[in-house]
Design a protein around this ligand. Structure first.
Ligand SMILES: [Zn+2]
Ligand SMILES: [Zn+2]
Length: 252
């Protein structure tokens, strides 16, 4: 009981510190990270560029794949044929330039200004959903890639998203038990099956509502197998949140 109290107090202080750090940005002049226009504000994005971000509004409600036609219910052909293991996916924007450039810089060059902007955008879109979760989890990265890049972008985002919101980040909720070969040169079916068996969920997940965070949803295969493992451990629901969705090469 005592340790729980201490942890709560530490988290409160961390939250306060984080809010102070975020609000102090109002005092300093900034630059829009997309058009490089000088601005003063809470975030490094001007109103015009925010409007022009590639919104993923007409998307499949299960996997976030953009749909080429309006349909009711909004479900893509893949999800009709083989439903994904997560319950819903939210990827408010498409992985298209210049937005994709921001993600790339954050992920591969550790541009933290871009990271904080992506964090704000994620927080805004999550707040609009108005859903409650017991745990926030990330898809664990591959050790060799984390070593190479020096950090893991989804974990960086998840820690701060938990400080901004009421979410509880459960770092050990999902573990990687197997590294998987690069997916890039594989065909669609092989890519889909590649991450199978790569994750192990913690037993505390049973009966919980989980929000799984990833940076970009490409095929959705990694998240599918991660969600499948969480469900196997008894997770009540698994939603997926990402900064962007890469549109599939295939028509829907
Ligand atoms: Zn701008
Ligand atoms: Zn779908």
């Amino acid at each position: 009981m005592r340790s729980t109290t201490i942890i709560t107090k530490v988290n409160d202080w961390q939250k306060k510190l984080f809010y102070w750090h975020r609000s102090s940005r109002w005092l300093l002049p900034g630059t829009c990270l997309i058009c490089m226009h000088p601005l003063v504000g809470e975030r490094d994005l001007c109103k015009l560029c925010l409007k022009q971000l590639p919104h993923n509004t007409n998307a499949c409600k299960f996997c976030a794949e953009p749909l080429t036609t309006k349909r009711q219910p909004p479900i893509c052909n893949y999800c009709y044929q083989a439903p994904v293991a997560f319950d819903q996916a939210f990827a408010p924007w498409l992985y298209l330039p210049p937005y994709s450039q921001l993600i790339w810089e954050f992920k591969y060059t550790k541009n933290l200004a871009a990271g904080y902007l992506l964090l704000d955008l994620l927080f805004d879109s999550l707040a609009k959903k108005n859903k409650t979760y017991d745990y926030l989890l990330v898809i664990p990265g591959q050790k060799d890639r984390i070593k190479q890049r020096g950090y893991h972008a989804p974990t960086w985002l998840a820690k701060r998203l938990a400080l901004l919101s009421d979410l509880t980040f459960f770092k050990q909720g999902l573990k990687r038990v197997k590294d998987i070969p690069s997916q890039q040169d594989l065909g669609r079916k092989a890519r889909w099956l590649n991450p199978r068996g790569a994750f192990k969920a913690a037993s505390e997940i049973a009966g919980k509502r989980v929000l799984l965070l990833d940076d970009v949803i490409t095929t959705g295969a990694t998240s599918h197998w991660a969600a499948e493992e969480l469900k196997k451990q008894g997770a009540l629901s698994v939603d997926l949140l990402a900064t962007a969705k890469t549109p599939s090469k295939f028509k829907h």
